[in-house]
Design a binder for this molecule. Structure first.
Ligand SMILES: Cc1cc2nc3c(=O)[nH]c(=O)nc-3n(C[C@H](O)[C@H](O)[C@H](O)COP(=O)(O)OP(=O)(O)OC[C@H]3O[C@@H](n4cnc5c(N)ncnc54)[C@H](O)[C@@H]3O)c2cc1C
Length: 437
């Protein structure tokens, strides 16, 4: 139960991965923490819905196999099991035909999508992708970088296709090339992971650690405003009641953060952010018509299909969970693309409708709150975790490291570190001052 009369140590607004992760770190360090989450359940965009034994993430979710998120989950003792998709089984959908992705010497030699000259150029390009220092491309757009490497349209198309699955971004003229280079180089040593049971397993693991640390978890509580005074922070809830805290973490999207605590920095972030969006079609089948067709990427269309249940435990025995998506450009409306996603599904899994158990179309999902723009120097353009010495930020648009959930995890850990270093725990003396504001 929320005590509205007593001042609180740390209040976290937002119970997604970022809010939960910060809460666990702070609770471990002995801080008293409350999470306020507006929806009925914790997890935000990492929520998984389970229906008849099929686990639906909110669109295709793959965890970086070589990053800080894994270290943080291990550090916080959040166990999970997972599988790796096999990149070599990727098919390219070009003009309605499926071709193996040219990634191995064998597939490069055999592919009809490239001329001999282009095949040779591709092997040289691969070396450049691996060797280029990402920071040298911070201020270069991905489109410019690609055009500077090759004038071959087929090779440019291939690079854009690989970039979309790597970054989720379909705005090559805006995106910093350094983002792609960073993630591509990281992914070479360790493939991504599909989590058994869905990302809810991560959310539930964090929630358990938070509860063990004494974190108070309040769902169905929407915060409407945050006011900072010299002594404390006041939080207004949607029932017009208020709470007092020594420190507040905003683990929400930029628009919500700016509306809760209007400041120049947050308003600028909210206005300039170009969100990364996707239209997703999640499909549960009781039988997979073509078990060998597990992963496809559109070349002419920015589409993706992956049978996630072929890799992770996401479907009951004999069933299949397929994630189909379109990487939306900033001006596109995802509602226009359901038909094209179904066409890709029909090409990969003919007759899928006869085996349909459940389907869910989410036309305009926000995958990431802010595209790392070349004009801002890529990830360097994101705000610091400390907004003031009492108000902190965490989420996929905060801090200079990580992309997607990786950024939520790393900014959460950094926010916890800075709160512990810069925003002192409420002492008896401070409590007596704050208690009588
Ligand atoms: C289709 C799709 C595919 C994705 N694929 C991947 C992937 O492959 N790999 C990857 O790493 N990441 C992926 N992501 C991104 C990943 O899901 C997010 O980065 C991560 O879940 C974000 O966590 P967060 O806590 O920062 O934000 P959120 O999950 O958005 O949490 C914010 C929370 O704040 C709450 N809130 C908002 N306003 C208020 C308020 N006023 N009061 C109280 N609470 C409030 C919200 O309800 C929400 O629970 C994908 C996302 C989508 C949508």
């Amino acid at each position: 139960m929320l005590n509205r009369h007593k001042p609180h140590d740390v209040i976290i607004i937002g119970g997604g991965l970022a809010g939960l992760t910060t809460a666990v770190y702070l609770a471990r360090a002995g801080r008293q923490v409350i999470i306020l989450e507006k929806s009925a359940h914790l997890g935000g965009r990492a929520t998984t819905q389970t229906r008849d034994g099929f686990h639906f993430n909110l669109g295709p979710h793959a965890l970086n196999g070589n990053g800080e998120a894994l270290k943080i989950l291990a550090e916080l003792n959040v166990p999970f099991t997972s599988g790796n998709p096999d990149v070599q089984r990727t098919l390219l959908d070009k003009a309605g035909q499926l071709y193996p992705l040219p990634v191995t010497p064998g597939t490069i030699l055999k592919t009809p999508l490239l001329t001999w000259r282009e095949k040779l150029a591709l092997t040289q390009l691969m070396t450049r992708l691996v060797r280029t220092r990402p920071e040298t491309a911070d201020h270069t757009s991905w489109q410019e970088w690609v055009a500077a490497q090759t004038s071959s349209v087929a090779l440019q198309d291939l690079l854009h296709t690989i970039s979309r699955i790597t970054t989720y971004i379909n705005a090559p003229e805006l995106m910093s090339a350094s983002l792609f280079l960073r993630i591509f180089q990281m992914s070479l040593s360790k493939p991504v992971l599909y989590v058994d049971g869905g990302w809810q397993v991560l959310v539930d693991g964090l929630r358990r650690r938070a509860e063990e640390g004494g974190v108070i978890l309040e769902t169905g509580v929407r915060v409407t405003a945050v006011h900072e005074t010299d002594l404390h922070v006041e939080i207004i809830l949607d029932d017009a009641s208020s709470l007092i805290a020594g420190t507040v973490l905003l683990a929400v999207d930029p628009k919500t953060a700016a509306s809760l605590y209007p400041s120049e920095l947050l308003e600028e972030q909210a206005e300039t952010a170009v969100p990364v969006r996707a239209a997703t079609l999640d499909v549960a089948l009781n039988h997979l018509p073509q078990p060998e067709n597990v992963l496809a990427l559109g070349v002419d269309e920015p589409t993706y299909l992956s049978v996630h249940s072929a890799v992770a435990k996401l479907a009951p025995e004999g069933g299949a969970l397929i994630q189909v998506a379109r990487y939306l450009s900033p001006e596109e409306n995802g509602s226009d693309f359901r038909g094209s996603l179904e066409n890709l599904l029909e090409m990969m899994q003919p007759g899928w409708r006869q085996h349909l158990v459940h389907q869910r179309f989410l036309p305009n999902m926000v995958v990431a709150n802010r595209t790392p723009l070349a004009v801002e120097g890529g990830l360097n353009g994101r705000p610091d975790v400390a907004l003031t010495n009492r108000i902190f930020l965490a989420g996929d648009w905060i801090g200079p490291t990580g992309w997607l959930a990786e950024a939520s995890f790393t900014s959460a850990r950094e926010a916890a570190r800075r709160i512990l270093a810069e925003s002192p725990q409420l002492t008896r003396e401070r409590l007596s001052v704050i208690g009588n504001p």
